[in-house]
Design a protein around this ligand. Sequence first.
Ligand code: NAP
Length: 286
Amino acid sequence: MIIVTGVTGQLGSRIVDRLLDRVPADEVGVSVRDTGAAADLTARGVRVRHGDFADPSSLAAAFEGAAQVLVVSTSRTGADAVADHAAAIGAARVAGARRILYTSHQAAAADSAFAPMPDHAATERHLAAAGVAFTALRNGFYASTIPHLLGRALETGELVAPADGPVSWTVHDDLAEATAILLADEGRFDGPTPPLTAPDALDLADVAAIVSDLTGRTVRRVVVDDAEWTDAMIAHGMPVEQARLLLGMFRAARAGEFATTGPELEKVLQRPATPVRALLAGISAG
Ligand SMILES: NC(=O)c1ccc[n+]([C@@H]2O[C@H](COP(=O)([O-])OP(=O)(O)OC[C@H]3O[C@@H](n4cnc5c(N)ncnc54)[C@H](OP(=O)(O)O)[C@@H]3O)[C@@H](O)[C@H]2O)c1
């Protein structure tokens, strides 16, 4: 049985959808914190069991009979995130899974300026030490972040943010479909994958130029000082920790941490990845 976690989220829900195109429902199980939130999957014949990474004892039943377990990373950061992922990896091993897959990141690195990246690197070390075959999916940066970075740019004509750099923007749909393909075609990648990204890395000036082109209205990229931006975010109600985390994303981007892209995602999909322009066309159309 293939066990998938995180299926109530943006990525995991799409993964299980695409997986059900390829694998009979009675060979798919999901581990969710709230089984009621996966009632649609129960109706489709998927085994739905309660499993919470923060309560490792719940995972034995959730992962029972697993041949493969896909661990979707949680949104916590630091030691909490690594503890979540280590608990899931440990439970997958105890359940007898022959392969563990994990949603890592293209920029996973212990010395990254962006806090989730060391967490991914630490999780990959747990995977390597688990004594079970694993695939760390080195996913591109979610393109769904772009609308948040645009903020009110379409209204004001200014995309205001700290200095950035090129980013491997990749859409959830493409990552989910590729993950489903790799689950159904077990063992195609062993260990950390090459970057699973769209082919182009774009910075915010590129994004502003595409939006300008699509809308016919100039959106100017305005670079603001790190401290000025952080203070403004906090003044607008963003918690201090979150503002610092986001600033780390800009610092990592301008250090080129997210600039690496590769052809593997498109090879797995056997089609072009979704370009940022297509995402922006949707946003610009309102
Ligand atoms: N590649 C990137 O650029 C990028 C960007 C942002 C995030 N990420 C990572 O990718 C992950 C998946 O993305 P997404 O968009 O699908 O996020 P999402 O919509 O927030 O989904 C997160 C999923 O994790 C589950 N989860 C949270 N805590 C859990 C726990 N203690 N035990 C078991 N499951 C738990 C959630 O379940 P509930 O419904 O019960 O909360 C939800 O299903 C994120 O969580 C984050 O680690 C990657």
